[in-house]
Design a protein around this ligand. Structure first.
Ligand code: GUN
Length: 291
C-alpha cells in the first residue's frame, strides 16, 4: 500500500506548536510580526500572499501587507524595505517573488535585514545554510524535511534526487539533504533541464524531490519501485472547472502512486508545509530579535 503523505495534517500540527510559541512571546510583550510585500499583478502570487496573511491571523502573528504597483521604480520597493527593516514591530519581511523585470531581485533580497529574512534568501543566510549553520532554513525545503520526518522516512545513506536547481527550492533542498543534521545524510544528485538521462538518475534513487515547475513531467515508469516521492510543483493547467484551471504537480500522481511507497499529493502535500514553516521562521525571528 502506498502512503499518501498528508501535508495538510502535518502542517496543522506544526502550526499549532508555532501558535503556542507566538502566544508565549505575545504574553512576554513581543507579538511576532510578518510583513509581506507584493509588487506583481500575477494572480497566483496574490493568492499565495493572501494565504500567508491568513495563516498569520490564525497563528497569532501580526500580519502587515504592503502592495506596490508593478510599474513603480525599484527605488520605491527599496524604500519600503528600508522602512520595514527599521520597524521594531516587524520581525519578518517577505517580498513575494517574482518581482517585475525592471527590479533586480538579487538587490531586493540583499536589501532585507538578514535577521528579518524569514525566506532565508539573503546571501548571508544562504551562506550559513551551506556552511551547515542555518539561521532561517528556506520554507519549502524545510517543509519537505519535516514531511519526510513525519512520514518516518529515514534519509540516512539513501540516494536522493532533486529535480530542479532553483535558489528557492532545488539548491537549498540539496544542501539540507546532504547535511548531517536531522533529515540529511543522503547521497544527493541535483538534476535540471540540461541533465542527460533523467530517468536513469530517478530509477536509482530512493527519494525524489520534484521541483522543476513542469507539469506532470515525472511519470511512474521513471521512478524506482518503493521510492518516496515529494512533489513541490504547483502548476496551473487549463481546465473546465469553476476556477478555469486545475493545480497539478511535477509528478504524474496517478502513475507514480502505483510504484512509490509514499507520495505527496498536489494540492495538500508540500504547499501547506511552506506556509507552516514561514510561520515557524517568523516566530524564530521574533525570538532572536527579542534577545
Ligand atoms: N515565490 C514562490 N515561492 C516563494 C517563496 O517561498 N518566497 C517568496 N518570497 N516568494 C516566492
Amino acid at each position: 500500500m502506498t502512503t499518501i503523505i498528508d501535508g495538510k495534517e502535518i502542517a496543522e500540527r506544526i502550526r499549532a506548536d508555532v501558535s503556542n510559541c507566538a502566544n508565549r512571546l505575545t504574553d512576554e510583550g513581543v507579538t511576532p510580526g510578518l510583513a509581506t510585500v507584493l509588487m506583481s499583478d500575477d494572480g497566483a502570487s496574490e493568492t499565495y500572499v493572501s494565504m500567508k496573511q491568513r495563516a498569520c491571523e490564525e497563528t497569532g502573528i501580526e500580519g502587515i501587507h504592503e502592495e506596490l504597483d508593478s510599474d513603480r521604480p525599484a527605488e520605491a520597493l527599496f524604500d519600503r524595505i528600508d522602512d520595514l527593516n527599521e520597524d521594531p514591530t516587524v520581525h519578518g519581511i517577505l517580498v513575494q517573488m517574482p518581482v517585475p523585470n525592471h527590479v533586480d531581485s538579487r538587490a531586493v533580497l540583499e536589501r532585507i535585514d538578514p535577521m528579518k529574512d524569514v525566506d532565508g534568501f539573503h546571501p548571508e543566510n544562504v551562506g550559513r545554510l551551506v556552511a551547515g549553520n542555518p539561521r532561517f532554513k528556506p520554507c519549502t525545503p524545510h517543509g519537505v524535511q519535516k514531511l519526510l520526518a513525519a512520514a518516518g522516512v529515514d534519509t540516512e545513506g539513501k540516494d536522493a534526487v532533486v529535480v530542479g536547481r532553483s535558489d528557492i527550492v532545488g539548491k537549498p533542498m540539496a544542501n539540507l539533504l546532504i547535511q548531517k543534521a536531522a533529515g540529511g545524510n543522503a547521497t544527493t544528485t541535483v538534476c535540471h533541464s540540461h541533465t542527460d538521462d533523467l530517468t536513469e538518475k530517478l530509477r536509482r534513487s530512493d527519494i525524489v524531490v520534484a521541483a522543476a515547475g513542469v507539469p506532470e513531467m515525472i511519470t511512474g515508469d521513471m521512478i524506482s519501485e518503493g521510492s518516496v516521492v515529494i512533489d513541490v510543483g504547483v502548476n496551473r493547467i487549463d481546465a473546465d472547472s469553476e476556477k478555469g484551471y486545475e493545480l497539478v504537480g511535477d509528478v504524474d500522481f496517478k502513475s507514480a502512486k502505483e510504484r512509490a511507497s509514499a507520495i505527496t499529493p498536489v494540492p495538500g502535500g508540500v504547499g501547506p508545509m511552506t506556509i507552516a514553516m514561514l510561520m515557524y521562521n517568523t516566530v524564530k525571528a521574533a525570538s532572536l530579535q527579542s534577545g
